[in-house]
Ligand binder design. Structure first.
Ligand code: SF4
Length: 460
Protein backbone atom coordinates (compact mmCIF):
# COMPACT_ATOMS: atom_id res chain seq x y z
CA UNK A 1 0.00 0.00 0.00
CA UNK A 2 1.64 3.27 -1.14
CA UNK A 3 1.52 5.67 1.82
CA UNK A 4 1.29 9.42 1.07
CA UNK A 5 3.54 10.92 3.78
CA UNK A 6 4.27 14.64 4.12
CA UNK A 7 7.79 15.00 5.55
CA UNK A 8 9.69 18.11 6.64
CA UNK A 9 10.78 19.52 3.32
CA UNK A 10 7.44 18.93 1.56
CA UNK A 11 5.29 21.16 3.76
CA UNK A 12 5.73 24.85 4.76
CA UNK A 13 5.97 25.25 8.53
CA UNK A 14 2.40 25.29 9.88
CA UNK A 15 1.38 27.09 13.05
CA UNK A 16 -1.05 25.51 15.46
CA UNK A 17 -3.85 27.80 16.66
CA UNK A 18 -4.77 28.12 20.31
CA UNK A 19 -8.08 26.61 21.33
CA UNK A 20 -9.04 26.00 24.94
CA UNK A 21 -10.60 22.72 26.03
CA UNK A 22 -8.56 20.41 23.85
CA UNK A 23 -7.79 17.09 25.55
CA UNK A 24 -4.82 14.78 25.05
CA UNK A 25 -3.91 11.37 26.38
CA UNK A 26 -0.31 10.15 26.54
CA UNK A 27 0.91 6.63 27.27
CA UNK A 28 4.57 6.25 28.10
CA UNK A 29 6.75 3.17 27.67
CA UNK A 30 10.36 2.43 28.71
CA UNK A 31 13.00 4.54 30.45
CA UNK A 32 13.18 7.70 32.55
CA UNK A 33 14.28 9.66 29.47
CA UNK A 34 10.85 8.90 27.94
CA UNK A 35 9.12 10.06 31.14
CA UNK A 36 11.03 13.34 30.90
CA UNK A 37 10.19 13.67 27.17
CA UNK A 38 6.49 13.02 27.86
CA UNK A 39 6.42 15.75 30.53
CA UNK A 40 8.08 18.14 28.09
CA UNK A 41 5.47 17.32 25.43
CA UNK A 42 2.79 18.20 27.97
CA UNK A 43 4.57 21.52 28.63
CA UNK A 44 4.73 22.09 24.85
CA UNK A 45 1.00 21.45 24.25
CA UNK A 46 -0.45 23.36 27.22
CA UNK A 47 -0.09 26.83 25.61
CA UNK A 48 -2.25 25.56 22.68
CA UNK A 49 -5.12 24.66 25.00
CA UNK A 50 -4.32 20.95 25.41
CA UNK A 51 -5.07 19.45 28.81
CA UNK A 52 -3.67 16.03 29.72
CA UNK A 53 -6.41 13.51 30.63
CA UNK A 54 -6.30 9.92 31.92
CA UNK A 55 -9.02 8.48 29.68
CA UNK A 56 -8.07 8.00 26.00
CA UNK A 57 -11.74 7.67 25.07
CA UNK A 58 -12.25 11.40 25.73
CA UNK A 59 -9.10 12.60 23.95
CA UNK A 60 -8.75 14.71 20.78
CA UNK A 61 -5.12 13.63 20.56
CA UNK A 62 -3.61 10.29 21.62
CA UNK A 63 0.19 10.02 21.92
CA UNK A 64 2.04 6.74 22.45
CA UNK A 65 5.60 7.59 23.53
CA UNK A 66 7.34 4.33 22.74
CA UNK A 67 10.37 2.20 23.67
CA UNK A 68 12.21 -0.01 21.20
CA UNK A 69 14.49 -1.90 23.59
CA UNK A 70 12.75 -5.32 23.28
CA UNK A 71 10.60 -7.05 20.66
CA UNK A 72 7.70 -7.41 23.06
CA UNK A 73 7.64 -3.62 23.46
CA UNK A 74 7.07 -3.10 19.71
CA UNK A 75 4.19 -5.57 19.45
CA UNK A 76 2.59 -4.06 22.54
CA UNK A 77 2.46 -0.68 20.83
CA UNK A 78 0.78 -2.08 17.72
CA UNK A 79 -1.94 -3.67 19.86
CA UNK A 80 -2.27 -0.51 21.98
CA UNK A 81 -2.93 1.66 18.93
CA UNK A 82 -6.31 -0.06 18.49
CA UNK A 83 -6.97 -0.73 22.17
CA UNK A 84 -6.45 2.78 23.58
CA UNK A 85 -8.68 4.46 20.98
CA UNK A 86 -11.47 1.86 21.21
CA UNK A 87 -14.76 3.59 22.11
CA UNK A 88 -13.40 7.06 21.41
CA UNK A 89 -16.15 8.95 19.51
CA UNK A 90 -14.01 12.08 19.00
CA UNK A 91 -11.97 10.53 16.14
CA UNK A 92 -8.70 11.46 17.82
CA UNK A 93 -5.45 12.31 16.09
CA UNK A 94 -3.01 9.41 16.79
CA UNK A 95 0.69 10.16 17.22
CA UNK A 96 3.53 7.69 17.81
CA UNK A 97 6.72 9.11 19.36
CA UNK A 98 9.84 7.75 21.06
CA UNK A 99 12.44 5.21 19.97
CA UNK A 100 10.10 2.87 18.09
CA UNK A 101 8.79 5.88 16.15
CA UNK A 102 12.39 6.74 15.29
CA UNK A 103 13.40 3.22 14.26
CA UNK A 104 10.20 1.99 12.58
CA UNK A 105 8.48 5.18 11.30
CA UNK A 106 7.56 3.95 7.83
CA UNK A 107 6.67 0.45 9.08
CA UNK A 108 4.25 1.93 11.62
CA UNK A 109 2.68 4.09 8.90
CA UNK A 110 2.22 1.04 6.67
CA UNK A 111 1.04 -1.36 9.38
CA UNK A 112 -1.31 1.13 11.13
CA UNK A 113 -3.35 3.31 8.76
CA UNK A 114 -5.03 4.88 11.84
CA UNK A 115 -1.75 6.57 12.82
CA UNK A 116 -1.55 10.23 11.71
CA UNK A 117 1.83 11.37 13.05
CA UNK A 118 5.14 9.56 13.70
CA UNK A 119 8.13 11.33 15.23
CA UNK A 120 11.32 10.49 17.12
CA UNK A 121 12.89 11.48 20.48
CA UNK A 122 14.74 14.35 18.78
CA UNK A 123 11.76 16.01 17.10
CA UNK A 124 9.00 16.07 19.73
CA UNK A 125 9.58 19.82 20.14
CA UNK A 126 7.87 20.16 16.72
CA UNK A 127 4.67 18.43 17.94
CA UNK A 128 2.47 21.57 17.71
CA UNK A 129 3.61 21.99 14.11
CA UNK A 130 2.97 18.29 13.32
CA UNK A 131 -0.59 18.64 14.67
CA UNK A 132 -1.13 21.76 12.56
CA UNK A 133 0.25 20.02 9.47
CA UNK A 134 -1.81 16.91 10.02
CA UNK A 135 -4.98 18.86 10.86
CA UNK A 136 -7.13 18.15 13.91
CA UNK A 137 -10.34 18.49 11.93
CA UNK A 138 -11.56 15.02 10.90
CA UNK A 139 -11.68 14.19 7.19
CA UNK A 140 -8.96 16.61 5.99
CA UNK A 141 -6.02 14.98 7.70
CA UNK A 142 -2.53 14.48 6.30
CA UNK A 143 0.00 12.01 7.63
CA UNK A 144 3.26 13.37 9.05
CA UNK A 145 6.52 11.47 9.54
CA UNK A 146 9.52 13.32 11.03
CA UNK A 147 12.44 11.35 12.47
CA UNK A 148 15.11 14.01 12.11
CA UNK A 149 18.05 14.36 14.64
CA UNK A 150 18.20 18.07 15.62
CA UNK A 151 18.92 17.30 19.34
CA UNK A 152 20.31 20.65 20.51
CA UNK A 153 17.70 22.62 18.54
CA UNK A 154 15.15 20.63 20.49
CA UNK A 155 16.34 21.82 23.89
CA UNK A 156 16.53 25.41 22.71
CA UNK A 157 12.92 25.34 21.59
CA UNK A 158 11.23 23.46 24.43
CA UNK A 159 8.66 25.30 26.57
CA UNK A 160 9.81 25.96 30.19
CA UNK A 161 9.52 22.80 32.28
CA UNK A 162 6.48 22.70 34.58
CA UNK A 163 7.08 21.45 38.14
CA UNK A 164 5.25 18.20 39.03
CA UNK A 165 6.50 17.71 42.56
CA UNK A 166 9.57 18.47 44.71
CA UNK A 167 11.74 16.18 42.58
CA UNK A 168 12.42 17.00 38.91
CA UNK A 169 14.30 15.37 36.04
CA UNK A 170 16.54 17.35 33.73
CA UNK A 171 18.08 15.83 30.61
CA UNK A 172 21.69 16.97 30.27
CA UNK A 173 22.96 14.52 27.66
CA UNK A 174 21.33 12.57 24.85
CA UNK A 175 22.27 9.78 22.50
CA UNK A 176 25.02 7.18 22.81
CA UNK A 177 28.31 6.40 21.05
CA UNK A 178 28.93 3.08 22.81
CA UNK A 179 27.21 0.72 20.35
CA UNK A 180 26.74 -2.21 22.69
CA UNK A 181 26.06 -5.07 20.31
CA UNK A 182 22.52 -5.73 21.65
CA UNK A 183 21.30 -2.14 21.82
CA UNK A 184 19.27 0.07 19.46
CA UNK A 185 19.67 3.34 21.37
CA UNK A 186 22.56 4.72 19.27
CA UNK A 187 20.29 4.28 16.22
CA UNK A 188 17.14 5.70 17.83
CA UNK A 189 18.56 8.53 19.92
CA UNK A 190 21.62 9.36 17.81
CA UNK A 191 25.16 10.35 18.75
CA UNK A 192 26.11 11.58 22.24
CA UNK A 193 25.27 15.24 22.65
CA UNK A 194 25.77 17.32 25.80
CA UNK A 195 23.78 20.47 26.54
CA UNK A 196 25.69 23.59 27.57
CA UNK A 197 26.29 24.13 31.29
CA UNK A 198 24.40 27.43 31.24
CA UNK A 199 21.24 25.98 29.60
CA UNK A 200 21.16 23.23 32.27
CA UNK A 201 21.76 25.59 35.21
CA UNK A 202 19.08 27.97 33.87
CA UNK A 203 16.54 25.14 33.71
CA UNK A 204 17.39 23.95 37.25
CA UNK A 205 17.31 27.49 38.71
CA UNK A 206 13.82 27.93 37.22
CA UNK A 207 12.70 24.62 38.76
CA UNK A 208 14.18 25.59 42.15
CA UNK A 209 12.31 28.91 42.03
CA UNK A 210 9.12 26.90 41.46
CA UNK A 211 9.88 24.82 44.56
CA UNK A 212 11.98 21.86 43.36
CA UNK A 213 14.19 20.46 46.14
CA UNK A 214 15.69 17.51 44.26
CA UNK A 215 16.98 17.22 40.72
CA UNK A 216 17.98 14.08 38.83
CA UNK A 217 20.26 14.67 35.83
CA UNK A 218 19.41 12.34 32.94
CA UNK A 219 21.39 10.92 30.05
CA UNK A 220 21.85 7.64 28.24
CA UNK A 221 25.48 7.90 29.32
CA UNK A 222 25.10 10.72 31.76
CA UNK A 223 28.66 10.39 33.11
CA UNK A 224 30.00 10.90 29.57
CA UNK A 225 28.67 14.47 29.86
CA UNK A 226 31.08 16.98 28.31
CA UNK A 227 29.09 20.20 27.80
CA UNK A 228 30.50 23.62 27.06
CA UNK A 229 31.00 25.75 30.15
CA UNK A 230 30.46 29.53 30.22
CA UNK A 231 34.28 29.80 30.24
CA UNK A 232 34.26 28.17 26.82
CA UNK A 233 35.94 25.09 28.26
CA UNK A 234 34.57 21.52 28.33
CA UNK A 235 32.89 20.60 31.61
CA UNK A 236 32.54 17.05 32.90
CA UNK A 237 29.76 15.64 35.09
CA UNK A 238 31.64 16.07 38.38
CA UNK A 239 32.16 19.79 37.77
CA UNK A 240 28.60 20.25 36.56
CA UNK A 241 27.27 18.56 39.74
CA UNK A 242 29.31 20.94 41.87
CA UNK A 243 27.73 23.92 40.07
CA UNK A 244 24.23 22.45 40.48
CA UNK A 245 24.93 22.06 44.22
CA UNK A 246 25.35 25.86 44.50
CA UNK A 247 21.78 26.55 43.32
CA UNK A 248 19.57 27.85 46.17
CA UNK A 249 16.72 25.54 47.05
CA UNK A 250 18.28 22.38 45.59
CA UNK A 251 18.94 20.04 48.55
CA UNK A 252 19.38 16.69 46.76
CA UNK A 253 21.09 15.72 43.50
CA UNK A 254 21.04 12.43 41.59
CA UNK A 255 22.07 11.33 38.10
CA UNK A 256 21.28 8.35 35.82
CA UNK A 257 22.22 6.30 33.73
CA UNK A 258 26.00 5.87 34.05
CA UNK A 259 28.46 3.69 32.12
CA UNK A 260 31.30 1.99 34.06
CA UNK A 261 33.88 3.10 31.47
CA UNK A 262 32.99 6.76 32.13
CA UNK A 263 33.34 6.64 35.94
CA UNK A 264 36.38 8.89 36.51
CA UNK A 265 38.07 9.47 39.90
CA UNK A 266 36.77 13.04 40.14
CA UNK A 267 33.19 11.76 39.97
CA UNK A 268 33.84 8.87 42.36
CA UNK A 269 35.48 11.15 44.93
CA UNK A 270 32.61 13.63 44.71
CA UNK A 271 30.39 11.03 46.44
CA UNK A 272 32.58 11.54 49.49
CA UNK A 273 32.71 15.34 49.26
CA UNK A 274 29.39 16.77 48.05
CA UNK A 275 26.71 16.25 50.74
CA UNK A 276 23.91 17.16 48.29
CA UNK A 277 24.93 14.27 46.01
CA UNK A 278 22.74 11.37 47.15
CA UNK A 279 24.52 8.08 48.13
CA UNK A 280 22.99 6.09 45.28
CA UNK A 281 24.39 5.08 41.90
CA UNK A 282 22.71 3.16 39.08
CA UNK A 283 25.63 1.45 37.32
CA UNK A 284 24.60 -1.19 34.73
CA UNK A 285 27.07 -4.07 34.20
CA UNK A 286 24.84 -6.49 32.22
CA UNK A 287 27.04 -9.60 32.78
CA UNK A 288 29.86 -10.97 34.96
CA UNK A 289 31.81 -12.89 32.30
CA UNK A 290 34.60 -11.00 30.50
CA UNK A 291 34.00 -13.09 27.38
CA UNK A 292 30.35 -11.93 27.27
CA UNK A 293 31.30 -8.33 28.15
CA UNK A 294 33.61 -8.32 25.09
CA UNK A 295 30.86 -9.79 22.88
CA UNK A 296 28.51 -7.08 24.19
CA UNK A 297 31.17 -4.41 23.43
CA UNK A 298 30.86 -3.10 27.01
CA UNK A 299 34.50 -1.80 26.96
CA UNK A 300 35.32 -2.90 30.51
CA UNK A 301 36.02 -6.15 32.41
CA UNK A 302 34.21 -7.54 35.46
CA UNK A 303 37.27 -6.74 37.61
CA UNK A 304 37.35 -3.14 36.42
CA UNK A 305 33.68 -2.83 37.36
CA UNK A 306 34.34 -4.29 40.82
CA UNK A 307 37.25 -1.89 41.33
CA UNK A 308 34.92 1.05 40.64
CA UNK A 309 32.49 -0.28 43.26
CA UNK A 310 35.36 -0.61 45.77
CA UNK A 311 36.54 2.96 45.08
CA UNK A 312 32.98 4.26 45.44
CA UNK A 313 32.60 2.49 48.78
CA UNK A 314 35.90 3.96 49.94
CA UNK A 315 34.66 7.44 49.01
CA UNK A 316 31.17 6.89 50.46
CA UNK A 317 30.84 3.68 52.52
CA UNK A 318 27.01 3.76 52.57
CA UNK A 319 26.58 4.29 48.82
CA UNK A 320 23.73 2.13 47.40
CA UNK A 321 24.47 0.42 44.07
CA UNK A 322 21.82 -0.61 41.56
CA UNK A 323 22.45 -2.46 38.31
CA UNK A 324 21.10 -3.75 34.99
CA UNK A 325 21.54 -7.35 33.80
CA UNK A 326 20.92 -9.27 30.60
CA UNK A 327 20.81 -13.08 30.82
CA UNK A 328 21.01 -15.46 27.89
CA UNK A 329 23.17 -13.25 25.68
CA UNK A 330 24.25 -15.23 22.57
CA UNK A 331 27.04 -17.64 23.47
CA UNK A 332 26.44 -17.40 27.25
CA UNK A 333 27.38 -20.75 28.86
CA UNK A 334 26.47 -22.02 32.34
CA UNK A 335 29.97 -20.97 33.49
CA UNK A 336 29.47 -17.45 32.09
CA UNK A 337 26.17 -17.17 33.90
CA UNK A 338 27.73 -18.34 37.18
CA UNK A 339 30.21 -15.48 36.81
CA UNK A 340 27.27 -13.06 36.70
CA UNK A 341 25.86 -14.63 39.87
CA UNK A 342 29.30 -14.37 41.55
CA UNK A 343 29.58 -10.69 40.61
CA UNK A 344 26.10 -10.01 42.04
CA UNK A 345 27.06 -11.73 45.31
CA UNK A 346 30.28 -9.67 45.47
CA UNK A 347 28.58 -6.30 44.91
CA UNK A 348 25.37 -6.77 46.95
CA UNK A 349 22.82 -4.66 45.04
CA UNK A 350 20.23 -2.40 46.70
CA UNK A 351 18.07 -2.83 43.57
CA UNK A 352 18.46 -3.99 39.96
CA UNK A 353 16.70 -4.50 36.64
CA UNK A 354 17.17 -7.80 34.84
CA UNK A 355 15.95 -9.10 31.50
CA UNK A 356 16.32 -11.99 29.08
CA UNK A 357 18.33 -11.11 25.99
CA UNK A 358 15.97 -10.04 23.16
CA UNK A 359 17.39 -9.87 19.60
CA UNK A 360 16.85 -6.36 18.16
CA UNK A 361 16.71 -5.61 14.43
CA UNK A 362 19.95 -4.25 12.92
CA UNK A 363 22.05 -5.01 16.00
CA UNK A 364 25.19 -7.19 15.65
CA UNK A 365 24.19 -9.58 18.45
CA UNK A 366 20.95 -10.44 16.63
CA UNK A 367 23.07 -11.87 13.81
CA UNK A 368 24.89 -14.19 16.24
CA UNK A 369 23.84 -17.78 15.47
CA UNK A 370 24.73 -19.00 18.97
CA UNK A 371 21.39 -17.91 20.48
CA UNK A 372 20.51 -19.31 23.95
CA UNK A 373 17.27 -21.38 24.11
CA UNK A 374 14.29 -19.58 25.71
CA UNK A 375 13.87 -22.18 28.47
CA UNK A 376 17.50 -21.70 29.54
CA UNK A 377 17.05 -17.91 29.53
CA UNK A 378 13.95 -18.20 31.71
CA UNK A 379 15.66 -20.50 34.22
CA UNK A 380 18.69 -18.20 34.48
CA UNK A 381 16.52 -15.08 34.83
CA UNK A 382 14.56 -16.73 37.67
CA UNK A 383 17.75 -17.64 39.55
CA UNK A 384 19.20 -14.15 39.09
CA UNK A 385 16.00 -12.40 40.17
CA UNK A 386 15.70 -14.63 43.26
CA UNK A 387 19.22 -13.60 44.29
CA UNK A 388 18.62 -9.90 43.56
CA UNK A 389 15.33 -9.89 45.50
CA UNK A 390 17.05 -11.56 48.46
CA UNK A 391 19.73 -8.84 48.39
CA UNK A 392 17.17 -6.05 48.06
CA UNK A 393 15.14 -7.39 51.01
CA UNK A 394 18.27 -7.65 53.19
CA UNK A 395 19.36 -4.13 52.15
CA UNK A 396 15.96 -2.58 52.96
CA UNK A 397 15.74 -4.50 56.25
CA UNK A 398 18.98 -2.85 57.36
CA UNK A 399 17.00 0.42 57.74
CA UNK A 400 14.40 -0.94 60.19
CA UNK A 401 14.85 0.78 63.55
CA UNK A 402 16.75 3.68 61.96
CA UNK A 403 15.66 7.31 61.44
CA UNK A 404 16.26 8.60 57.91
CA UNK A 405 15.54 11.85 55.97
CA UNK A 406 12.77 11.44 53.36
CA UNK A 407 11.66 13.93 50.70
CA UNK A 408 7.87 13.52 50.52
CA UNK A 409 6.86 13.59 46.85
CA UNK A 410 3.25 12.42 46.48
CA UNK A 411 0.17 11.00 48.15
CA UNK A 412 0.40 7.25 48.79
CA UNK A 413 -2.09 4.59 47.70
CA UNK A 414 -3.89 4.56 51.06
CA UNK A 415 -5.76 7.40 52.75
CA UNK A 416 -3.46 9.73 54.76
CA UNK A 417 -0.49 7.92 53.26
CA UNK A 418 2.40 9.95 51.87
CA UNK A 419 5.21 8.59 49.70
CA UNK A 420 8.76 9.78 49.25
CA UNK A 421 12.35 8.63 48.68
CA UNK A 422 15.24 8.04 51.03
CA UNK A 423 18.74 9.33 50.13
CA UNK A 424 19.52 5.72 49.01
CA UNK A 425 16.59 5.97 46.54
CA UNK A 426 14.23 3.60 48.41
CA UNK A 427 10.50 4.37 48.34
CA UNK A 428 9.24 5.25 51.84
CA UNK A 429 5.58 5.30 52.98
CA UNK A 430 4.39 7.26 56.03
CA UNK A 431 1.08 8.37 57.50
CA UNK A 432 0.80 12.13 57.52
CA UNK A 433 -0.95 15.31 56.52
CA UNK A 434 -0.77 16.39 52.86
CA UNK A 435 0.73 19.68 54.13
CA UNK A 436 3.98 17.77 54.54
CA UNK A 437 4.26 17.10 50.80
CA UNK A 438 7.32 18.71 49.26
CA UNK A 439 9.16 18.73 52.58
CA UNK A 440 12.18 16.70 53.64
CA UNK A 441 11.29 15.15 57.01
CA UNK A 442 12.80 12.51 59.34
CA UNK A 443 11.10 9.11 59.44
CA UNK A 444 11.52 6.30 61.99
CA UNK A 445 11.55 3.14 59.85
CA UNK A 446 9.38 0.39 61.32
CA UNK A 447 9.00 -2.10 58.45
CA UNK A 448 10.68 -3.09 55.16
CA UNK A 449 9.66 -5.07 52.08
CA UNK A 450 11.70 -5.91 48.97
CA UNK A 451 10.42 -2.77 47.24
CA UNK A 452 9.86 -0.15 49.96
CA UNK A 453 10.07 1.01 53.57
CA UNK A 454 7.32 2.00 56.02
CA UNK A 455 7.65 4.30 59.00
CA UNK A 456 6.37 7.10 61.22
CA UNK A 457 7.06 10.81 60.95
CA UNK A 458 9.64 11.69 63.61
CA UNK A 459 8.24 14.61 65.53
CA UNK A 460 11.16 16.98 66.34
S1 SF4 B 1 25.68 2.28 26.66
FE1 SF4 B 1 25.14 0.51 25.46
S2 SF4 B 1 23.24 -0.21 26.42
FE2 SF4 B 1 23.53 1.89 27.07
S3 SF4 B 1 22.40 3.13 25.62
FE3 SF4 B 1 24.52 2.99 24.89
S4 SF4 B 1 24.57 1.30 23.45
FE4 SF4 B 1 22.71 1.11 24.68
Amino acid sequence: MKVQITSEEQMPVAALDVQEGRKFFIKNYGCQMNVYDAERMEDMLAPYGFEKIADAKEADLVILNTCHIREKADEKVFSDIGRVTKGNKRNPLIAIGGCMGQAMGRTIMQRSPKVNIVFGPQTYHRLPEFIARSGLAAGKRKRVLDTDFPALEKFDSLAPQGLRGPSAYVTIQEGCDKFCTYCVVPFTRGVELSRTVESILTEIRALAEKGAKEVCLLGQNVNAYHGLGSDGKECNLARLLQQVATIDGIERIRFTTSHPSEMDNELIELFGKERKLMPYLHLPVQAGSDKILVDMNRTHTADEYLQIIDLLRMARPDVAISGDFIVGFPGETDEDFEMTMDLVREVGYSSAYSFMYSPRPNTPAAENTNQVPLEVKKERLQRLQDLLTEQQKAYNNSFVGKTIPVLLEEAGRKENQLRGRSPHNIAVNVEGNQRLLGQQIHVNITKATASSLFGEVKLD
